[in-house]
Design a protein. Sequence first.
Length: 316
Amino acid sequence: QGEKLWDALKISAYVFSTGLLMFTALVNSVSWFMQKITLGNFWQTAWLEFYNHMEGDEWAIFLFGAALVPALAFWGFNGILLVADITGKPTFITRYRIQLGKNDPVDTKKLWKAIYTALGNQFFVSFPMLVAMFYVMKSWGNTFSKELPTFQWFLVELSIFTVVEEILFYYTHRLAHHPVLYKYIHKKHHEWTAPIGVVSIYAHPIEHIVSNSLPVMTGPMIMGSHIVSISAWFSIALITTSISHCGYHLPFLPSPEFHDFHHLKFNQCYGVLGVLDFLHGTDRVFRQTKAFERHKVLLGFTPLSESIPEPPKKDE
């Protein structure tokens, strides 16, 4: 047990130290790019023009940034995926399907149920939570500042948001798999053993509050973030979770193999980054599979299901 803990600590230290070095390099290089290549105060000027256009109406600005922009990002991205799910085209997308033979094409009855539930969660669960969040953010006094945060600070916030989401999502998600809670709450989300993008917010309202929304909202509330940072983070979070559920391992995008395996096996891979799963041993089975070998960014155009295929079944 002590050796296992020591191995976990070594790997965690490696992950965080590597991440810190990469983050430092990213901050330096991207900051230089933003300052030298872009049009100087372009973003600051654009923000002030938008702020003045909205006449400084903080509620309207918050509604636009925290609700409308992320919703458009979510449905715009998933609209493309839904075309592939329903029609099987374009093959540029469908040839990268993870669970071969599943959702080919998607069950339209299940799909409409998922869409209605997702819309219901956005309008009747997320929106009231955003109203409460608005008043929390107003109390910080910096959320609607006329001065944008620096890009370096946004990267710092993004790192903190990610860590907070990982911790809160892992433990609330794992709790939702307790037999009592799973039966009445989380089972709804797991009706899809082969998920699609829109299923990322197909969930019981309680789960949508506790596991989907609060882990994403908590970081900006702790940091008292600017509305522009909140808008960018919410959009990133929604697109990222859509990728994790989309069912396609597409080139140059983050690997969805980790969470797809969770939907397939139920008791593995509860987190987002995978660090807490490693520390708690909840990715042990996953690490022994071909899915784990495929869990990487695809840098070519040959589907990983072809280059790293599942072993043939014994009866084949």
